[in-house]
Design a protein around this ligand. Structure first.
Ligand code: DQA
Length: 148
């Protein structure tokens, strides 16, 4: 089973970026925890990608399609609220994905309440800080197993 994890813009700042909203863990710590959980769940390949550039995220989704990844775990960050290009990339590769957010986007500003991904995602997990990613990985594992 091959899982790709994609982190959107500004998530490279985790640890120091608004910790009251996003928690105190760095992106490297979250990736290590995901790697450990993947091992525990028997996921053979988990790869990580972060970019602040929309087109690079589109490229990475297309690459995951070519390389036959089974599923994608994505925190699109602000691009979730703005990017039709990222939505179209997912529609183009048809890889199942789960959308995660550290903060609860429904408890925040109006403009964060809609994302261009949530209606085409397998599911959305929002508001559990770094645990959102862990729940998301567990969900993807169950999903991929159920499709086999
Ligand atoms: C976020 C929520 C987004 O609204 C915001 O732009 C982010 C992070 C989250 O994980 O809570 O950058 O995706």
């Amino acid at each position: 089973m091959k899982i790709k994890v994609i982190h959107g813009p500004n998530l490279n700042l985790l640890g120091t970026r608004e910790p009251e909203k996003y928690g105190a863990k760095t992106l490297a710590q979250i990736n290590t925890e995901l790697e450990n959980l993947a091992q525990e769940l028997g996921i053979s390949t988990i790869e990580f990608f972060q970019s602040n550039i929309e087109g690079e995220i589109v490229d990475e989704i297309q690459k995951a399609g070519r390389e036959k990844f089974d599923a994608i775990l994505i925190n699109p960050a602000a691009y979730g609220h703005t990017s039709i290009a990222i939505r179209d990339a997912f529609l183009g590769v048809s890889i199942p994905f789960v959308e995660v957010h550290l903060s609860n986007i429904y408890k925040r500003e109006e403009f964060r309440k809609r994302t261009y991904l949530s209606d085409i995602a397998e599911g959305v997990i929002t508001g559990f800080q770094s645990e959102s990613y862990m729940f998301g990985l567990r969900a993807l594992k169950t999903l991929v197993d159920s499709k086999r």
